[in-house]
Design a protein around this ligand. Structure first.
Ligand SMILES: Nc1ncnc2c1ncn2[C@@H]1O[C@H](COP(=O)(O)OP(=O)(O)OP(=O)(O)O)[C@@H](O)[C@H]1O
Ligand SMILES: [Mg+2]
Length: 225
């Protein structure tokens, strides 16, 4: 699975001004790699992630997933089957329990309920959440626990491209390290293509490649692989 961007540009246009948030970005994110995306506030990191997730369409340039252009792809299918996004604020469904949150994308994919429940239990165990958590609502969890549910949901959905926007922004050091280990494992053990936006140099240090956004332009900071 490869996610490729070629000469991608994107602007936010309002009545009063145009912000060129992403400028002529070209790069390729490969399966099995854990990439970090760093850069100052407002440099365009979240915008780039939204483009890569198919949530925004580029003004020019192309984004391809495994050679298939996103412009041609069925975005709903893409999001169900290939690309998932983990947000800083977790985006869990507040009225669904922990178990239901993880089962949700599986049921959307028409997985039988029993099978979905088994897989949800298995992936929750992988992120260190046992049966005691299944029936709780997200509001009854700590920030780190909510983030782990969000990651379990991503794990269970089995998408090979995982984009995370400041996934450890609200977490303490130990929880942050656990989340990073999980994301790294997804790349190195499960062969996923993982891209993480982060301000945390501790995370960037562990990445296979570090990309830097600067006023909408992307450069490769260092390549340790
Ligand atoms: N909906 C919007 N409408 C207009 N301008 C926007 C919108 N969203 C973001 N921008 C502008 O686009 C630029 C890039 O924003 P973006 O959110 O991608 O930055 P970022 O690198 O993620 O910043 P941060 O680290 O603070 O999250 C900024 O100048 C921002 O003000
Ligand atoms: Mg952002």
């Amino acid at each position: 699975m490869t996610l490729t961007l070629e000469n991608v540009s994107f602007s936010y246009r309002t009545r009063y001004q145009t912000v060129n948030a992403v400028k002529d970005v070209s790069c390729a994110f490969e399966a099995g790699t854990f990439s970090a995306l760093v850069g100052r506030s407002g440099s365009g990191k979240t915008t780039l992630l939204s483009l890569m997730a198919g949530l925004e369409k580029p003004d020019s340039g192309t984004i391809t997933v495994n050679g298939e252009s996103m412009a041609q792809a069925d975005i709903d299918r893409l999001r169900r089957e290939q690309v998932s996004v983990i947000y800083q604020n977790y985006n869990l469904f507040p009225l669904l329990t922990v178990l239901e949150n993880v089962m949700y994308p599986l049921l959307l994919k028409k997985m039988p309920r029993k099978e979905a429940e088994q897989l949800a239990r298995k992936t929750l165990a992988r992120v260190g959440l046992d049966a005691g958590y299944y029936k709780r609502l997200p509001a009854m969890l700590s920030g780190g626990e909510q983030q782990r549910v969000a990651i379990a949901r991503t794990l269970a959905s089995g998408t090979e491209i995982i984009l995370a926007d400041e996934p450890t922004g609200n977490l303490d050091g130990e929880n942050a390290r656990n989340i990073v280990d999980l994301l790294k494992g997804l790349a190195h053990e499960d062969g996923c293509c993982v891209v993480v936006v982060t301000h945390d140099t501790g995370i960037a240090d562990q990445a296979d490649a570090v990309y830097r956004m600067d006023s909408g332009a992307l450069t490769l900071d260092q390549d340790l692989g």
